[in-house]
Design a protein around this ligand. Sequence first.
Ligand code: NDP
Length: 316
Amino acid sequence: MSEIEKVKCLIIGSGPAGYTAAIYAARANMSPVLYEGLQPGGQLTTTNEVENFPGYPDGITGPEMMIQLKAQAERFETDVRSGWVTKVDFSGDIHKVWVNETKEIHAETIIISTGASAKYLGLESEQHYLKIGGGVSACAVCDGFFYKNQETIIVGAGDSACEEAHYLSKLCTKVTMLVRKSEFRASKIMAERVKNTPNIEILFNTNTVEVLGDGNGVTGAKVKNSVTGEEQDIPATGFFVAIGHKPNTDIFKGQINLDEVGYIKYEQAGTSKTNVPGVFVSGDAADKTYRQAITAAGTGCMAALDAERYLAAKGH
Ligand code: NDP
């Protein structure tokens, strides 16, 4: 069995939240160790162009931004490691973490930045255009601008889908919303707003059969009415999916307070504290509302400052 490693600050996850936490923790002499997880760089690595992160007037690609954030964290000697945290035990004073099921680490403070994953329909055509950055997106606020004065499609019927459809309607000539049932799941007020927007067309009882394209980019979608069986092709250059997110928090079940969907609950509003002293959370693992790189980075900063104060209060 390998020796147990002791660290002052362990950061789990390598999106903007994790790297920002690392930059702050490293500059505060906390010698942070950061585990990158299964998708080094997080959700931004599947984003093409980021135009809304302040400080990049010409925009930057998601992968390039993550390379720069990593370099900045390493400049201050963050120990960035590849590895996947498979188990945690937060029952005692010392927080225990296992990496790749074998290596055991005892951490005085932990910053959880494991993020969330957008859900997709799972169609082959959808995944193809998502992977090549050819017009499939799960974030209207991030990518809607690229479809200005064009026609788009959005799938979903919850509050996110309604909010994003409304956002797109202000940029796009037409938004077609595909709702799989005969009704919205969203709150009445959000659904009403969508219904009252003239350039949003809502197709109820409608499923996506295939995302259509020319190989390089989306040109529309083939959809089917589940009641009549009728199929039709809808033209669009952007295909947005807003059918929910899954927070990457399975390993924390039973160890920390989660809400009914699995988002980590803040113990105290306005801080990054969880119900376990010394364990802090940042980014999308606790955020079902904003989900932006800049908000994740902001909460990463908060988590590092809270961790530093926690250690200082313990006399470290
Ligand atoms: P939800 O889980 O609330 O809704 C997901 C929607 O996607 C449902 O309408 C569901 O359909 C649909 N869906 C799921 N799978 C598929 C599929 N394979 N094909 C087609 N449709 C599918 O997720 P949201 O992200 O919308 O919201 C998450 C939480 O965040 C909610 O609690 C919401 O209230 C909250 N929120 C609040 C906001 C606000 O108040 N401003 C803004 C955004 C989110 P079906 O209904 O048929 O199951």
